[in-house]
Design a protein around this ligand. Sequence first.
Ligand SMILES: C[S@@+](CC[C@H](N)C(=O)[O-])C[C@H]1O[C@@H](n2cnc3c(N)ncnc32)[C@H](O)[C@@H]1O
Length: 370
Amino acid sequence: MATPKDTVWPREGHTGAKHDLLRRYLQAWLPILLRWNSRVTYAEGFSGPGVYEAGEPGSPIIALQTFCQYPDALAGRQAHIVLVEERQDRADRLQAELAAATCGMPTVPVGLRIHPVLAGDCADVLADALNDCDAPGNPMFVVLDSYGGPDIPFTLLQLVARNKSSEVLLTFQPQFLTRHGQRDTHRANGDAAFGGTHWQGVFDQPSDRKLDYLVDAYKESLRLAGFDYSLAFEMQDEGGHELWLLFATSNVKGVEKMKDAMWAVDPVHSVRYRDPRDPGQMLLEIETTPYAVPLERILLVRPADGAQTLDELRDWTNLKTVYKKGQVLAAVRSLISSGRVGKPASRLEGSTSLSLCSAPVVANDDLTLF
Ligand SMILES: C[S@@+](CC[C@H](N)C(=O)[O-])C[C@H]1O[C@@H](n2cnc3c(N)ncnc32)[C@H](O)[C@@H]1O
């Protein structure tokens, strides 16, 4: 989709899904964080106008609504909302939408502090805004939902990652770099976003590998910035529009909660997910228990040295794929019964060692027929 020019624009399918995911994740994140911390911050660097053409709320309003859902968790606590938007017309509209949303709330928790929307470039403004209100000393949830850039400074990621309870959710649309990154100025922008030159290997990749290569390179950047874990998945809506979402955290529970939110997104938004590790590149419908055949393929081709236990595979799956831990047992059973994994000598339990042989890369479901 072309970058919108008007102050407000129509909401795309995957934006609705992204909002549903955000709401669900914040509903899990907020009460947990507020139990252990006297203060949390929600921040956005690319906030938008706070509303879409048909009146649907934008992400900052969703965050505000979620904070207002938990007045008890906020009792005696503080929650700050810090928002940056480059365009003055959108920043003004967002300020008005925030005012209207708070007026419409039955209760606005006393501890909720909505900072005035800052009109400016995220790269110039957000880090200072967070430092000015002492946000980095406490957990932050930072949404960086740009049009692709590259326009998120690596130093901003480092600032967020410094607090081990902070997390970031960002949209990643690296097509610009695959097309134009070899030019000197864009190469420098790429280095600033990735925090190094490791992404430049993309120029040697075949065209069908370039995007996945950059996603992996950015996951590495998130690790270098200080996040222990990251999750990447592609969303595709009905119109075939693609959007990459990346989530980074230093908490395993955060990964699990994000997966729960992902797979609970309302199917009405008609998005499907793709795990970049699936050699079959299959798009998955949103279901409580995602279709497991791609997981079987992923387990067979995952980089590993020799045998691993079932529990190790569960942890690996949770941290490295879009799948949940709870699905690994069924996938391993299916691999064993189809002869693609050797039958273990003893009963299959967490500590059972499995020797997964590598499988040929097949681009569709036929693998299940082996
Ligand atoms: C994808 S929209 C954000 C939508 C919003 N997060 C939501 O879900 O409702 C991206 C926004 O970032 C703004 N923007 C673009 N470049 C920016 C920059 N360098 N700094 C801050 N905002 C920027 C655009 O004006 C646009 O409103």
